[in-house]
Design a protein around this ligand. Structure first.
Ligand code: PLP
Length: 450
């Protein structure tokens, strides 16, 4: 094969191979980026409204982040965080993470990805329960439509039917109803009643399974890869007391929400709840280095210490855990988002994005516009009143995404929805370009399928 596209398809596998949409349109081979744009081997520019995979929040050419990585490569290009040794950058990052976390004190464990951070958290819970006389407390509660990653544990936590092809979930991973009022609410049920039903279901599941068999409850503040699903009103206020009553830790998976995506530093701030631990990745390094982190609050910090004192060691860690270049990049990324104005840009830009999308959502084939901050989804429906999805092997959302690509806009089809989660650096003109290209593509596809 000669072309980059043909060579890519001949030798490379990509994540979630092989979506019909990719088969239909072919591969885009990217050489570099300019602000929020990616550029392919043919020189074509695309506005990437998905920030890569939600992670490139500072765009693709942020000088400060690149310099931070270069400087650390010059200083000390690699080390681990094992056996009582770690780099100075790792020390500094943990201190900074606890400082910006909602926790008064805590500790941080590093991984290379969000999936590994979720696995690490689950293994920590299993470990500390065993060490403290509760070996039966192993079950993990999550929600349908949740996305927590792809490793065996985090895929088991993920509430998507596609993991059946692996024979997952593993035993003991229980998926509750997705708190999506528009889709899951019953006829005549108010949002408050729906939230109360979600809480009652949690109560019932805990009673059925036995509180002493449950290790933890994991939730994304806003479900991301499930199709941008903010919780129903009062959801976390309703479920947190139930978890507290039974001594079940609430873990906030902030891999997408963390560091500004919702317009606050943490999604748990946006939704007003206090988790026992936070899972972070993606924006943690603005996507400039692969890294994940488990951030433990005070209670889990103490319980882990007690368990380590009992068992002697927590036998877990990755070669590149706490990599000094990753930590240096993360320290810079936190400054860029929190001190150098990116979070303010999300706060300022979110109403403009919402208003632009709301205009598009007036189209009769849009069933729901949902989101917050810089994470939004438009759900396509054949019939708005009946919330009826379109049929066909290539879904309408995939056709919309492909048409957007043809118009120089990358956006993501997720189920029946099209998702936009742009870099925080977007200018007003780039925001308007994104909205206009989406609008044109959507109208074109709806005209074809209607
Ligand atoms: N948790 C959430 C909420 C995510 O959105 C993702 C990835 O999209 C993950 C975990 C897994 O992270 P990774 O792909 O880095 O393993």
């Amino acid at each position: 094969p000669n072309s980059w596209e043909a060579r890519a398809e001949e030798y490379s596998l990509y994540g979630f191979t092989d979506l019909p949409s990719v088969r239909d349109r072919g591969t885009v081979v990217v050489t570099h980026g300019e602000g929020p744009y990616i550029v392919d081997t043919n020189g074509t520019r695309y506005l990437d409204s998905n920030s890569g995979l939600w992670n490139m929040v500072a765009g693709f050419d942020h000088t400060g982040l690149i310099e931070a990585a270069k400087a650390q490569y010059d200083r000390f290009p690699g080390y681990h965080a094992f056996f009582g040794r770690m780099s100075d950058q790792t020390v500094a990052l943990s201190e900074r993470l606890i400082e910006v976390s909602p926790f008064a004190r805590g500790k941080v464990f590093y991984t290379n990805s969000g999936s590994e951070a979720n696995d690490t958290m689950v293994k920590m819970l299993w470990f500390l329960n065993r060490a403290t006389g509760r070996p039966q407390a192993r079950k993990i509660l999550t929600r349908k439509n949740a996305y927590h990653g792809v490793t065996a544990i985090s895929a088991s936590m993920t509430g998507k039917p596609y993991n059946e092809v692996f024979g997952l979930p593993l035993d003991g991973f229980i998926h509750l109803t997705c708190p999506h009022y528009w889709r899951e609410g019953r006829d005549g049920e108010s949002e408050a009643q729906f939230t109360a039903r979600m809480a009652a279901e949690l109560d019932e599941v805990i009673a059925r399974e036995g509180a002493d068999t449950i290790a933890g409850f994991f939730a994304e503040p806003v479900m991301g890869a499930g199709g941008v699903i903010p919780p129903s009103g009062g959801y976390f206020q309703a479920i947190q007391p139930i978890l507290k009553k039974h001594g079940i830790p609430l873990i906030s998976d902030e891999v997408i929400c963390g560091f500004g995506r919702t317009g606050e530093v943490w999604g748990c701030e946006t939704y007003g709840f206090m988790p026992d631990a936070i899972i972070s990745s993606k924006a943690l390094t603005a996507g400039y280095f692969p890294m994940g982190a488990v951030i433990l609050g005070p209670d889990l910090t103490d319980r882990l210490q007690e368990a380590i004192d009992t068992i002697e060691e927590f036998p877990h860690g990755f070669t590149a855990s706490g990599h000094p270049v990753g930590c240096a990049v993360a320290l810079k990324a936190i400054d860029v988002v929190l001190e150098e104005g990116l979070l303010d840009m999300v706060r300022a830009g979110a109403p403009r994005m919402q208003a632009g999308l709301a205009e598009i959502a007036r189209h009769p084939n849009i069933g729901e516009l949902r989101g917050i901050g810089y994470m939004w989804a438009l759900e396509a429906v054949k019939d708005r009143d009946g919330k009826v999805p379109f049929d066909g092997s290539l879904s309408v959302s995939e056709r919309i995404a492909n048409t957007c690509t043809d118009h120089g806009l990358i956006c993501r089809p997720l189920g029946q929805s099209v998702v936009l989660c742009p870099p925080f650096t977007l200018t007003d003109a780039q925001m308007d370009e994104m909205i206009a290209k989406l609008d044109a593509s959507l109208k074109q596809v709806f005209a074809e399928v209607a």
